[in-house]
Design a protein around this ligand. Structure first.
Ligand code: 4AD
Ligand code: MG
Length: 431
């Protein structure tokens, strides 16, 4: 007997197959009953008719509970009125494991906190299943994009001896006789990678001890970070917009059923084709002022400012050339204005906020030593990093795209915690 999955049923019309999965629901209409069944790839309706199914299977109806693990044998039939367009005429139901308690997550409304506390079970629901499938495709699209464009994967370490993105969001851990930090970004190691391989990327978990409870912040999130030798800020922005364009293209191509489940307005995604608008920080500040915002020049944008800015465009926007004082120590200064750093933030449409941060890196060793000191960072842990400027320093750039913020935007989820299988926030370490 061939074991198949629900998402492949169209290839097995008229054939007898086996499906392995779980009971979702049962419904009785007299002489026949229906078994709504899920296997992780979708839902299908099984039709159980006396005489067609074995007596033992037919008599199971009263005994089955949501999430019982079962193996079904039956014939695939086309049924346009049924979920997925196919149904299974059931011959046999084999119960693998019987649930004796009521499943905590029922179709009725639950609060977000309850659902998050039951995340290990909530992942089985249709909406969460759709989000994780989109996330999977986005990860695949990102890897394909870099692999197809001559990048080499160079994994950055997670234990590090130094800060990258400021010292206020560092997780410190005991590391034998000394302290180590969970990495905030793999960037510095990619800079070593770029001088060794030309173009590299890393893609892994990063950590920020963010004491913020916004719907955009996690303490553990995934970031993809490309780094490129002999690339300036402009070309860096071209890479960033092309990456996002490739992600959107892939999701629209592969994830229509999921986007439908999520009730995502896909027309808003269909227009996301590069090039994207590029505006300077100064121009962005001007727009905010014209729109009557409380924004103060010289500061970072808050969530409300980002939303107001993104509303002026129907594509992601890239804001570049920032006041150096609010950007990281490694950013190169604009040769035309030493107060500006050659950084770029990409802000997602529809109020989803900053999804990419990056820029051109300082390649002069003396300037870099000064800025490290100026940021009150110890020089010693950066010795290796400074070597990259001693030996074969070149103009180079890169960026980091936050996976969960990207998934949140594309799926249209309100809160970032739904976009990662097991979210970590200030208040959540379990499950
Ligand atoms: O802007 P950030 O801090 O940039 C860096 O870490 C650079 N070193 C990257 C580089 O140039 N290689 O972070 C980059 C992105 C943000 O734009 C955002 O999408 C995401 O990482 N991000 C977070 N996502 C979820 N929760 C948080 N606490 C995040 N902090 C940053
Ligand atoms: Mg940033």
């Amino acid at each position: 007997m061939k074991t198949v999955t629900i998402n492949q049923l169209d290839k097995f019309e008229g054939q007898e197959v086996q499906l392995k999965g779980w009971v979702y629901n049962t419904r009785n209409i007299g002489k026949i009953w229906f078994l709504i069944f899920r296997d992780g790839t979708g839902l299908v309706q099984g039709v159980v008719v006396k005489g067609e199914a074995t007596d033992e299977s037919f008599n199971l109806e009263q005994d089955l509970n949501q999430e019982d693990s079962v193996i079904l044998t039956g014939t695939v039939r086309k049924e346009p009125r049924s979920v997925g367009g196919y149904e299974l005429g059931i011959k046999e139901i084999h119960v693998v494991n019987h649930v004796t308690e009521e499943f905590p997550i029922s179709p009725k409304e639950h609060g977000a906190d309850f659902l998050m506390s039951n995340r290990h079970l909530w992942l089985r629901s249709k909406r969460q299943n759709a989000i994780m499938r989109v996330r999977h495709q986005i990860v695949k699209a990102i890897r394909d994009f870099f692999d197809d464009h001559g990048f080499t994967l160079i994994d950055s370490p997670i234990f590090t001896g130094n800060a990258v993105e400021g010292t206020t969001t560092l997780f410190e851990v005991d590391y034998f006789e000394r302290s180590a930090y969970l990495t905030q970004s793999g960037q510095l190691y990619q800079e070593a990678g770029a001088t060794a391989f030309g173009k590299t990327y890393c893609f892994g978990p990063t950590f920020r001890a963010e004491k913020s409870k916004t719907r955009r912040h996690l303490t553990e999130f995934w970031m993809v970070e490309p780094e490129m030798a002999y690339v300036d800020l402009d070309e860096n922005m071209t890479w960033a917009e092309n990456l996002v364009g490739a992600i959107i293209h892939r999701v629209l191509e592969q994830c229509q059923p999921e986007l439908k489940t999520l009730e995502r307005d896909v027309s808003k995604l269909e227009g996301i084709i590069p090039p994207f608008p590029r505006i300077t920080y100064d121009e962005a500040a001007k727009i905010l002022k014209e729109k009557g915002s409380d924004f103060e020049y010289g500061h970072d944008f808050g969530a409300a400012h980002e939303t107001l800015l993104s509303e002026q465009f129907d594509k992601p926007i890239m804001v570049h050339r920032w006041p150096a004082g609010i950007k990281a120590f490694y950013m190169k200064r604009d040769e035309h204005n030493n107060d500006l750093a050659l950084g770029v933030d990409m802000i997602a449409p529809e109020g989803y906020g900053e999804m990419i941060g990056g820029g051109q890196r300082e390649d002069d060793i003396d300037i870099l030593i000064n800025t490290i000191r100026h940021h009150d960072l110890p020089l010693e842990p950066f010795k290796w990093y400074l070597d990259l400027r001693k030996f074969g320093s070149v103009p180079h750039s890169g960026f980091g795209l936050g996976l969960e913020r990207t998934v949140a935007w594309i799926c249209g989820t309100k809160h970032i915690r739904e976009t990662i299988p097991f979210p970590r926030t200030m208040s959540r370490l379990e499950p």
